[in-house]
Structures are given as C-alpha cells and as structure tokens.
Design a protein around this ligand. Structure first.
Ligand code: CP
Ligand code: NVA
Length: 310
C-alpha cells in the first residue's frame, strides 16, 4: 500500500500496462520529445538501485527525471547489498521513507516483486533476468517513429530468448506487430512468455513465429533485432554460448533476406563481430543510436504517467 492507502502503480513487466496504455505512452513520449525540459515532477526524488552495470538505463533515467523537474540518486551494487546486507522487504520499507519512486536493476524478477510488495512508492523494472520492459517501450517508440505505424509490421529477433526478447515479444503482440524469433535449441523463448504473447496476439491480430532458422525468421521483415549472446550474470557460459549462437549473427546475408527498407535494432551494448557483423551497426539501416536516445523519451512518458496515476 502507498502512503495514501492506495496501491502504487508499479512497472515490473510489460504486462503491468494494457495495450492501450502502451500506445498512449508512445504518443506521450513523442509529445514530450518536442517539449524538452518541463517540471511536472518538481520535488520528486527517484532512487536507482542497480545490481548490474549500465550506461543507457542509468543515464536515461537520471536525465529524464531532471528534465521533468525531479531529482535522482544512484545506489551501486556494492552499496545496498540487496538480500545480502539487508533483506529486500527492509530495503523497500526504508527507501519508501525517503524517495518517491524506486528504479531497480536486478537479477531475479522475484526481487522486483518483493520490493514492490513492501514498497509504498512505485517500483520500475530497469532490467531483470526475466524482462526489460523499459527497453521494449523505447524499441516500439523507435519503430513507430521511423515506420509511421506499428500494426502489420514484422520484427525478427535473432538470438537468445532472453529478458529483452521476453519484453519485446509481448510488446509487439500487444500492438499488432508480427514477431518472429529465431533461437538455437536450449536458448528459446520461455513458453510462459510465448503463451502470454499468443493471448495478446489473439486480440491484436499479430502473428508470431518461433523457429530455429534465422533465415526463415528474417524473410521479408521490416525490423531485424538482436541482443548479446551472453547476458549480464552469464559470463561463465560465454564460450559455450559463442558456439551455440555462431549461426545466429545478424549480418549482410540476413539483411538481404529482409525488406529493402529494413531497419536494424540492438538494445546495446553490442559485441561487433558476434551477434552483429562488424560495421553493420554503422550502416544507414542501423537505428541503434536513435533507439538508445528513445530510452530517455519513453521513460519520461512512463515517469510522468506513473506519477499522474498516483
Ligand atoms: N540497453 C540497456 O539497457 O543498456 P544498459 O545496460 O547500458 O543500461
Ligand atoms: N540481455 C542483456 C541486455 C543488456 C541491456 C543483458 O541482460 O545483459
């Protein structure tokens, strides 16, 4: 419960918003992009609790909050010791006494759930092993801006069925974007996520393809998307993963199968020469830096919306 007795609005997974709310957030992000610095969140304080490294998420959240008139403080992995130095419920109850919103980057999705349960202020998922919903907002915003629509476009995600894929697949299914995913055996999308995406797709009309064949996934698509083969926390598996994913690189051959005006996306950080061929992210088809910038615009919309809900 919040300080007012009202349950705060959390954003722990992409399912915490409805398809309509997602579309509203995209429109709001486009609007906020033209408005620059405004002050709806004056005297609001945001805590960023990060258990993993970050460039985009930390900076985009900090700048977003400043541009909305609020302030932020960053707590590094060493400082909080979530669940080690102090229990997650205690961290939630203490932070809620000081700040108006908590943004958490963590390993287990459960940490977000427990933090939210015991927090009297909203909690945002800034990446867990399970989902990266803020990334999906920025991804759809980028596609929407560049293509001028979402419905009936097709995104092909080639690579690991990971946190980024989990959020993106559902966000696409929510908004009528067809979604193809090609992953090697053992690294496929979580069946529970697929099921949720299929449920959204029934309403939105989006078509979902799950395959082991990157060529089948890439054929005639509007967007080619990939992410690292080894996510944060999986470093000891890097050699095994490099082998498993060797045929899952986005490169010129795959691009040639897609539509002529295909755009190439990557949440970054990228490993040039692994999941994406060297030079491809520097090509005119790559929109990865617009995508990175949109993290901030999408999160401004999200922050403004969450506080408006409170
Ligand atoms: N895409 C993304 O979340 O980047 P960071 O890990 O640098 O925040
Ligand atoms: N899947 C990657 C995304 C990084 C933004 C990871 O979790 O490390």
């Amino acid at each position: 419960m919040g300080k007012t007795g009202i349950k705060p609005k959390h954003f722990l997974t992409i399912n915490d918003i409805t398809p309509n709310e997602l579309l509203e957030l995209l429109d709001s992000a486009i609007d906020l992009k033209t408005r620059g610095w405004i002050a709806p969140l004056k005297q609001k304080m945001m805590a960023l609790v990060f258990e993993k490294p970050s460039l985009r998420t930390r900076v985009s959240f900090e700048v977003a909050m400043r541009q909305l008139g609020g302030q932020s403080l960053y707590l590094s992995p060493e400082e909080v010791g979530l669940g080690k130095r102090e229990s997650v419920p205690d961290v939630a109850r203490v932070l809620s006494r000081f700040v108006d919103i908590i943004v958490l980057r963590t390993f287990a999705q459960k940490n977000l759930e427990v933090l939210a349960e015991f927090s009297s202020v909203p909690v945002i998922n800034a990446l867990s092993d399970y989902e990266h919903p803020c990334q999906a907002l920025a991804d759809l915003l980028t596609i929407y801006e560049i293509k001028g629509k979402l419905k009936w476009l097709t995104v092909a995600y080639v690579g690991d069925g990971n946190n980024v894929a989990n959020s993106l697949m559902q966000a696409c299914a929510m908004t009528g974007v067809n979604f193809h995913i090609a992953s090697p055996k053992g690294y496929t999308i979580d069946p529970a996520v697929l099921k949720k995406a299929q449920t959204y797709a029934k309403t939105s009309g989006s078509k979902i393809m799950v395959t082991e064949d990157p060529r089948a996934a890439a054929k005639d698509v509007d967007v080619l998307y990939t992410d690292t083969w080894t996510s944060m926390g999986q470093e000891t598996e890097a050699a095994v993963r490099r082998e498993a994913f060797a045929d899952y690189q986005i490169n010129e051959k795959l691009v040639a199968l897609a539509k002529r005006n295909v755009i190439i996306m990557h949440c970054l950080p990228a490993h040039h020469g692994e999941e994406v061929s060297v030079g491809l992210l520097d090509s005119p088809q790559s929109v990865v830096f617009d995508q990175a910038e949109n993290r901030m615009h999408a999160q401004k919309a999200l922050l403004a919306w969450i506080f408006a809900k409170k």
